[in-house]
Design a binder for this molecule. Structure first.
Ligand SMILES: C[S@@+](CC[C@H](N)C(=O)[O-])C[C@H]1O[C@@H](n2cnc3c(N)ncnc32)[C@H](O)[C@@H]1O
Length: 327
């Protein structure tokens, strides 16, 4: 069987990633992927379960010795994903935190549930004047403005528990940094010389000092600090702070892109830079609308991606073609 070779800037496969059959052993320089979290996000069918371990074994097969990878995860299930990654042959190197601060709490007012349990009608106290959550049926099914009523508990015990809930506001997502072990018998330098993989690209991912920042340590590097394992989203003031500042994208930030878990391209660029060097090839087996691919093309990396859903695949194809035509 003939395998795909990274001769073109990118290649997209509208098929299941399992098996990674178009890819030969030991040919890919890095993995950057945002797989299903297994938390049924917005009731999407594809997010019902974590990926099967097989795909991580497939990734180990196609990655070069010493290659690094970043795998997005969720707070609730990262422990299972980490076990799968480790059992597939990856070394767990770090857990990066992308903190964005503007996540939406998914909780319920237990006071209202107590009213319901007691058969008491809760009090209508107005209407929401902003988009509030999703109706059952997924992302296409938003409440429109001023459609959803606001309630407060009415029973005595309900009032006691007014506002009590079950979950915190999510403010970060973990990203697992993994590495395929370097080749047996080689040291890191020998592995880098043989495969071009085995080292993180810390030089290109340095975080510039904030404007006017006075004290920056004993031996400041002219390009800034070594990239931290917290990537923080906050207000942009000087552009950067000690960590890497990147805002979360709103859904439909691009008019034709309806992917519900779209990732910011700035964040993806930072991660792509961290795990690769120019002209290397990055794999994303769960590419969605292709944010990893966009980052790769902008940064002169080659990209190979898989996406099962035709709708997302087409969005990805359009995004990458737009960038490719600008280059
Ligand atoms: C979290 S989303 C990725 C979103 C992406 N980061 C973006 O910015 O658009 C995960 C994607 O994996 C896809 N997927 C799920 N199972 C798959 C499989 N077996 N093979 C390929 N893609 C799959 C889903 O359709 C979904 O689009």
């Amino acid at each position: 069987m003939s395998h795909w070779t990274p001769s073109k800037p990118y290649e997209l496969f509208n098929q299941s990633c399992y098996g990674l059959s178009p890819l030969a052993d030991n040919t890919i320089d890095a993995l950057v992927t945002d797989p299903p979290y297994g938390i049924s996000f917005q009731n999407h069918e594809w997010d019902k379960n974590l990926p099967q371990r097989q795909i991580w074994e497939d990734c180990v097969r196609v990655l070069k010795h010493g290659a690094f990878g970043v795998v997005f995860s969720s707070v609730r299930l990262m422990h299972r994903l980490m076990v799968d990654l480790e059992d597939s042959g990856f070394l767990i190197k770090d857990v990066l935190f992308w903190a964005y601060l503007n996540g939406m709490p998914k909780s319920r007012d237990i006071g209202l549930e107590i009213d319901k349990e007691l058969g008491v009608t809760s009090k209508v106290v107005g209407k929401y004047d902003y988009v509030q959550g999703y109706k059952k049926g997924g992302a296409d099914n938003y409440y429109t403005n001023n459609e959803k009523l606001k309630y407060e508990p009415h029973s005595e015990i309900g009032i006691q528990y007014k506002g009590a809930g079950l979950g915190l506001k999510p403010a970060y997502e973990p990203m697992i940094l993994v590495q395929k072990p370097i080749e047996k018998g080689l040291n890191v330098a020998q592995n880098v010389l043989k495969y071009g993989t085995g080292a993180l690209n810390l030089e290109q991912t340095r975080i510039p000092y904030a404007k006017g920042e006075g004290k920056v340590g004993h031996n400041p590097h002219p390009n800034g600090r070594v990239s931290a394992n917290i990537l923080r989203t906050d207000e942009f003031e000087d552009g950067y702070d000690k960590f890497f500042v990147v805002p979360k994208v709103r859904q439909n930030a691009e008019d034709f892109n309806k992917h519900p878990t779209l990732k910011p391209v700035d964040l993806m660029q930072h991660l792509v830079k961290l795990v690769s060097f120019e002209n290397q090839t990055i794999l994303d087996p769960f590419m969605g609308s292709g944010s990893t691919g966009v980052a790769c093309l902008v940064l002169q990396r080659k990209f190979v991606g898989f996406e099962l859903e035709k709708e997302y695949f087409e969005i990805c194809r359009k995004r990458l073609a737009m960038i490719d035509s600008q280059e």
